[in-house]
Ligand binder design. Structure first.
Ligand code: TXA
Ligand code: MG
Length: 332
């Protein structure tokens, strides 16, 4: 496709493209997704093509109610059902045994499938009108920062897809928390928009395995991801030290490099203010998560020599923010 995508709010237009096997970008509360008919392998293949995503990285299927979810999975354990009732629609993906209606390409051949009911009114109305689920990874080229506005999608995939459903700015701003089950015990595979504290309050202790790198197809997290083109370095501020942060700061100051910052609630005095992003001056981690990916994109567009980010507080969405920044800082 060589034409430019249309940005609009018409779910009937989106529906018609999807029914014709096309990919359409959709808003969710976490990030924008690149959606296609999750029951149709040819439509799903287009997602991989548009994103240049490796086939070993499985997709999440989205729908609008638990009855439809039942048609996508082999069964829902009690503990998963409890989470579904508490947190859907919302930033939670459950990995469950897959039904054979789902083509293998969607799950990269795995016997399980990630399913989610997103919390966005426009997308929920669209899903309600479809008789198939939407397979949808984040709507960014593989490995790059996820989009949190329709324009983010347009700038990167606008020549490759026909339609972007515009649902405004994503209210959460980081991807869903992914949970699978091992011997019926919930395991967190990806930190995300539903915090560990919220989860543990509801279901007790959970095990976090989001650092597992051995098999990216299963726990689904590649080490280097969400990465800007400008190199990103993480430092500790206020005595939260990781590695050689002070020599890094001194190094940048002395060589007077053109650098930007991603910070929680206050600037670093040594650096020029114009390239400093303070994600939440009031110190609200939810607001910081909302602003994270936009800030990274803007800095990435400024032709800087480096981006420096700090370690965010290790609570609530601070953990998901740190996870994304850690992966953004690594080059594959
Ligand atoms: O918030 C989100 O989850 C967004 C919106 C659009 O819903 N989607 C999203 O999709 O972040 P994506 O493809 O960028 O990330 C999905 C991750 C993949 O990296 C994959 O490894 C993991 O989910 N995943 C999917 N199915 C899985 C499965 N059966 N087992 C383990 N991990 C799985
Ligand atoms: Mg993604």
């Amino acid at each position: 496709m060589n034409t430019q995508a249309t940005i609009g709010t018409d779910i009937l237009v989106a529906k018609s493209f999807l029914e014709n096997g096309e990919t359409v970008a959709i808003p969710t509360e976490t990030v924008y997704g690149l959606a296609a008919n999750g029951f149709d392998s040819k439509s799903v293949a287009k997602i991989f093509q548009v994103k240049e995503r490796p086939f070993f990285d499985p997709l999440i299927l989205h729908t609008n109610n638990i009855d439809k979810i039942r048609g996508l999975v082999g069964g829902i354990p009690d503990i998963a059902y409890k989470m579904a009732q508490l947190f859907w629609p919302g930033p939670l993906t459950l990995v469950l045994p897959k039904s054979n209606k789902i083509p293998d390409i969607a799950t990269s051949g795995l016997p399980t499938v990630g399913v989610r009911i997103p919390n966005h009114s426009l997308t929920l109305s669209l899903l309600e009108q479809l008789d198939f689920p939407l397979a949808a990874p984040s709507a960014n080229p593989f490995g790059y920062i996820s989009p949190t506005t329709a324009l983010h999608v347009y700038h990167q995939l606008g020549t490759k897809i026909p339609y972007i459903l515009d649902g405004g700015n994503c209210t959460i701003g980081v991807e869903s928390t992914i949970i699978g089950f091992e011997q019926e015990k919930p395991i967190v595979y990806r930190l995300g928009g539903l915090s560990i504290e919220q989860l543990e309050k509801a279901i007790g202790n959970v095990l976090v395995k989001s650092e597992n790198e051995e098999n990216p197809a299963a726990p689904g997290m590649l080490k280097s991801h969400y990465a800007p083109h400008v190199p990103l370095y993480r430092i500790g501020i206020n005595q939260i030290e990781i590695g050689q942060e002070y020599s890094i700061i001194e190094g940048f100051k002395i060589s007077n490099k053109n650098i930007g910052t991603i910070l929680f609630n206050q600037p670093i005095n040594q650096f020029p203010i114009e390239n400093q992003f303070i994600l939440s001056p009031n110190g609200d981690l939810n607001v910081a998560a909302q602003n994270l990916f936009s800030a990274l994109r803007i800095l990435d567009g400024k032709k800087l020599e480096a981006i420096i980010s700090e370690v965010f507080p290790l609570v609530g969405l601070g953990n998901a923010i740190n996870d994304r920044l850690r992966r953004a800082a690594l080059k594959s």
